[in-house]
Design a protein. Structure first.
Length: 183
């Protein structure tokens, strides 16, 4: 870790830092879980120095595809997205990062969609597939009112298929902008 770099943690809507503290503030896979992402970005802006950069990286859950299609997984993903929306979260938060940054007053805002595509023969495929197996398997309590355990097990079974003719595409978005002023 470089000597001029410090990692700090805090509550997203009440960061424990003074105004204008940091040159760079970054969130990764956080805003997708926020019920008020605009307020969370505003808090990131508050602790950023004038001229500093605020950046966020998040998911587009409707932009997740497997080939061949995995219908049980797609149903579980849809139910998880509906559940998140029911709690006031936005599972496609990545799509909204740039406009949200503009609304809170950031300038020179940029948005970069980042596709993650793998075939089963690619080194990264197994890591992504395993992540989805673990994620789906952990949804039993969250989705218990929407699904029978057998449906979740069917999705895990689809994802556990080791055949070499599979592919995965996920979509994420990186957005960043500057707090008005100069460092």
């Amino acid at each position: 870790v470089p000597s001029n770099l410090t990692y700090r943690h805090g509550q997203m809507l009440d960061l424990p830092f003074e105004d204008d503290t940091f040159d760079f503030v970054f969130s990764r896979f956080v805003l997708v879980h926020a019920t008020d992402p605009g307020a969370a970005i505003s808090e990131m802006v508050r602790v950023t120095k004038s001229g500093g950069t605020v950046a966020a990286y998040d998911m587009v859950h409707s932009g997740i595809w497997f080939s061949p299609l995995k219908p049980a997984f797609k149903e579980v993903l849809r139910a998880a997205m509906d559940t998140m929306r029911g709690y006031g979260m936005e599972p496609d938060q990545g799509l909204h990062l740039g406009p949200s940054m503009i609304r809170v007053g950031l300038t020179d805002v940029h948005v970069q969609p980042i596709p993650h595509g793998f075939l089963a023969s690619d080194p990264g495929y197994e890591e992504y597939r395993t992540n989805w197996i673990e994620t789906v398997a952990s949804l039993d309590e969250i989705l218990q009112d929407r699904f029978e355990l057998s449906q979740l097990e069917a999705a895990v079974a689809e994802l556990s298929d080791p055949s070499p003719d599979q592919g995965l595409l996920e979509t994420t978005v990186l957005a960043w902008g500057q707090k008005p002023g100069s460092i």
